[in-house]
Design a binder for this molecule. Structure first.
Ligand SMILES: [Zn+2]
Length: 464
């Protein structure tokens, strides 16, 4: 080798060794850093995107998770499908972090995580109310029970369909173990229902009974809802609470019901001059007919929503009533105004011999007729009317006065007893009292007066 070549080689060797040196340094640094880095790797455990702690290994995390799940499954007897909360483990390269022990992580997961199991949700009103159940079968059993209950007391009715008023659905989903409910408990909650807040402002003419009746409450329930109500006295404008519990679902039953109903009879009126105006006399009594009517009824929790008649079978036709209607007035019924005998509008209160006629007699003016009678004989109303007096009346003794309207009254005196009292409405021929010998009387007889517009008239002109 020549000198220059040697020199070059030496230079090259120097350069090379320098490079090797630098490469070695760099390698040491890289390996060192990598080692330091890998030695400080830990794992962040997060629940719902929130870090709850760090663990040194993934095994620790899985052990903690399995421990909690096994505990929950043993405790509840329910198989866990997954966690309700979002659980994550991610590597972390933070230096100098405190890591949790497996037991510590187990405790954290146990207290913060809720679990899901395969079950079903019972949704009422599009999920407004939800119940978590162990299975769809449980949900179906609840709905079946509610329907069975609704048709239980429908004897005689033909059930056409049973459904729910609300939107009710069952969904197969994972449900939170924490929210899982027993089916009997859910059934009880549905039946117990929720409070429907309602108030009523008292209007004129309303009573507690009417308000209660109109709102499907009893008076007692209404009073319980309004403890401040001390008496039945209501004031117009007063606010009453009508809040009551209504079930969470309303079972709609559509049914056919057949009822026996009455058919009203019509009344045919015939004019009669033998009766006073306003007076009536039944010739033929009306008889109601009967029919079988079939309705299709739709009701929700027992309250009718719709009722439609679908069939009608007449069992018996009604019998038309025939009623005589009076046209006579006190004036035209009188013989003195030209009406012939026997067409008078008054019935004899007692048949018998006239022992003393109407008019002037030795002892003075006789303002009625005396009809022979024995004590206790039946005395009847000469026409229909209202009893305006039934008591002792001086010389008349026991006396009855009947107002027939149209200015006409009749008086019955010297009675031994009464069958009516003041205010009674009597019909023509009805017994009003018993003949006697009371007051200014010398023997049992009936003293009978006809009074028209305040003046006595001769009864003979009015009697038929
Ligand atoms: Zn007399």
């Amino acid at each position: 080798m020549d000198k220059s070549a040697n020199k070059f080689l030496k230079f090259f060797e120097e350069q090379n060794s320098k490079m090797y040196f630098f490469i070695s340094i760099a390698l040491v640094l890289v390996i060192g850093c990598f080692t330091a880095f890998s030695m400080t790797t830990s794992y962040a455990v997060s629940i719902d995107d929130k870090v709850v702690g760090y663990v040194s290994s993934t095994e620790s995390y899985h052990t903690a998770l399995n421990t909690v799940q096994a505990e929950v499954e043993t405790e509840t007897g329910i198989e866990i499908s997954s966690s309700y909360n979002k659980l994550e483990i991610t590597p972390s390269h933070k230096l100098f972090v405190d890591t949790l022990t497996t037991d510590e992580l187990t405790a954290i997961i146990g207290s913060k995580v809720d679990w899901l199991t395969a079950g079903a949700l019972l949704n009422i009103n599009n999920g407004e109310i939800q119940f978590a159940l162990a299975s769809v079968e449980d949900g179906q059993a609840i709905l079946d029970e509610l329907k069975a209950e609704a048709v239980q007391n429908q004897q005689g009715a033909l059930i056409k369909s049973v459904s729910f008023l609300e939107d009710v659905s069952l969904e197969v989903v994972n449900v939170r173990i924490e929210q899982l409910e027993n089916k009997d408990n859910v059934l009880a909650q549905i039946r117990a229902g929720k409070e429907a807040i309602k108030t009523h402002t008292v209007e004129e003419g309303e009573s507690l009974w009417l308000i209660a009746h109109n709102n499907d409450l009893t008076v007692k329930e209404l009073q319980e809802l309004n403890p401040s109500l001390k008496s039945d006295l209501l004031q117009i404008g007063q606010e009453l609470s009508l809040s009551k519990l209504v079930p969470l679902v309303s079972v709609v039953v559509t049914k056919e019901v057949t009822l026996e109903e009455k058919i009203a009879y019509s009344t045919e009126y015939k004019e009669s001059a033998k009766l006073f105006k306003g007076e009536t006399q039944t010739v033929t009594a009306g008889v109601e007919g009967k029919k079988l009517v079939t309705y299709e009824v739709k009701e929700a929790n027992g309250t009718a929503l719709e009722k439609e008649m679908i069939d009608e079978v007449v069992l018996s036709q009604p019998v038309t009533a025939v009623v005589n209607k009076g046209t006579a007035t006190a004036a035209i019924a009188s013989r003195s105004s030209g009406v012939t005998a026997g067409t008078g509008a008054l019935n004899w209160p007692k048949t018998g011999k006239i022992t003393s006629p109407y008019g002037t007699r030795s002892r003075g003016f006789h303002n009625g007729i005396d009809i022979a009678a024995k004590t206790g004989d039946r005395i009847s109303a000469a026409a229909g009317g209202k009893v305006v007096l039934a008591s002792w009346s001086g010389g008349y003794g026991n006396c009855i006065l009947i107002d027939h309207g149209n200015g006409m009254k009749t008086r019955y005196a010297h009675l031994s007893g009464y069958n009516v009292k003041v205010g009674d409405i009597v019909t023509r021929g009805e017994q009003i009292g018993r003949a006697g010998n009371t007051g200014n009387s010398t023997g049992p007889h009936l003293h009978f007066e006809v009074i028209v517009n305040g003046k006595t008239k001769n009864p003979i002109n009015y009697l038929n």
